[in-house]
Design a protein around this ligand. Structure first.
Ligand SMILES: CC(C)(COP(=O)(O)OP(=O)(O)OC[C@H]1O[C@@H](n2cnc3c(N)ncnc32)[C@H](O)[C@@H]1OP(=O)(O)O)[C@@H](O)C(=O)NCCC(=O)NCCS
Length: 169
C-alpha cells in the first residue's frame, strides 16, 4: 500500500535519485547537470523552513516511490496566493496512481492554506504530465515556443493551472 507523509532528511538520497533519473533520461527538468546531495538537502531545508510542503509517497517497506512539492511562483507580493508545484514518481512505480495521489495531496494542502492558484510549468511534449494534470482538473495555457534547450533541442513550455477551492477568493 502506498502512504503519503512529509519528507524528512532521510529521504534526501531517494528524492535525489528520482530527480536525477528524470534529468538523465527526460526533458522534464531543463538541465543536463545532475543535482548534488547538498543541493537537494538545501532545497528540502529551505522549502520546509518557509512552510512549503514536500511530500513523499512510500511503499510498505518505507521506500520512497515519488515526491511532490510546491513553492512560490514569482517573488512579487501580488503572486502571494499562487504556487508552482512539481511531481516526480520513480520510473518503476509509474502508472500505479502515485502521481495522482501526490497531486491530490498538494491540492488539498494548498486549499487548506488558502492559496488561490496552483501552476505546473510543463514541457509541452510531456504527455504523461499533461494527462495527469488534466485529469486533476488543471487547464492548459497556450504553448510558449522554444523557451529552453536540452539534449541539443529546443523545448516548448505550457503552464497548467488550477483555480483552488479556497475560502479566500
Ligand atoms: C508525470 C508522472 C508524475 C505521472 O505519475 P504516475 O504515478 O505515473 O501517474 P498516475 O499513475 O497517477 O496516473 C494518473 C493519470 O495520469 C495519466 N498518465 C500518467 N502517465 C501517463 C502516460 N505515460 N501516458 C498517458 N497518460 C498518463 C493517466 O490519465 C493516468 O490515469 P490512468 O493510469 O488511470 O490512465 C510520472 O510519469 C513522472 O514522474 N514523470 C517524470 C517526471 C515528470 O514528468 N513530472 C512532472 C513534471 S511537471
Amino acid at each position: 500500500m502506498v502512504s503519503l507523509r512529509d519528507a524528512d532528511e532521510k529521504d534526501v538520497p531517494a528524492i535525489l535519485e528520482i530527480a536525477n533519473d528524470a534529468i538523465r533520461t527526460s526533458d522534464t527538468i531543463w538541465t543536463e547537470t545532475l543535482l548534488t546531495f547538498e543541493q537537494r538537502h538545501a532545497w528540502l531545508a529551505t522549502r520546509q523552513a518557509a512552510g512549503w510542503p514536500v511530500v513523499v509517497a512510500t511503499d510498505d517497506e518505507g521506500s520512497v516511490l515519488g515526491f511532490a512539492s510546491y513553492g512560490p511562483f514569482r517573488a512579487f507580493e501580488g503572486y502571494a496566493l499562487t504556487v508552482e508545484h512539481s511531481v516526480y514518481v520513480a520510473f518503476h512505480a509509474r502508472r500505479q496512481g502515485i502521481g495522482g495521489l501526490l497531486l491530490d495531496e498538494l491540492l488539498s494542502r494548498a486549499e487548506m492554506a488558502g492559496l488561490h492558484v496552483m501552476i505546473g510549468a510543463i514541457t509541452a511534449s510531456n504527455v504523461a504530465s499533461i494527462a495527469l494534470h488534466r485529469r486533476a482538473g488543471f487547464e492548459t495555457s497556450s504553448v510558449l515556443p522554444e523557451l529552453g534547450r536540452k539534449f541539443g533541442r529546443w523545448l516548448d513550455l505550457v503552464f497548467m493551472y488550477r483555480l483552488l477551492d479556497s475560502d479566500t477568493h
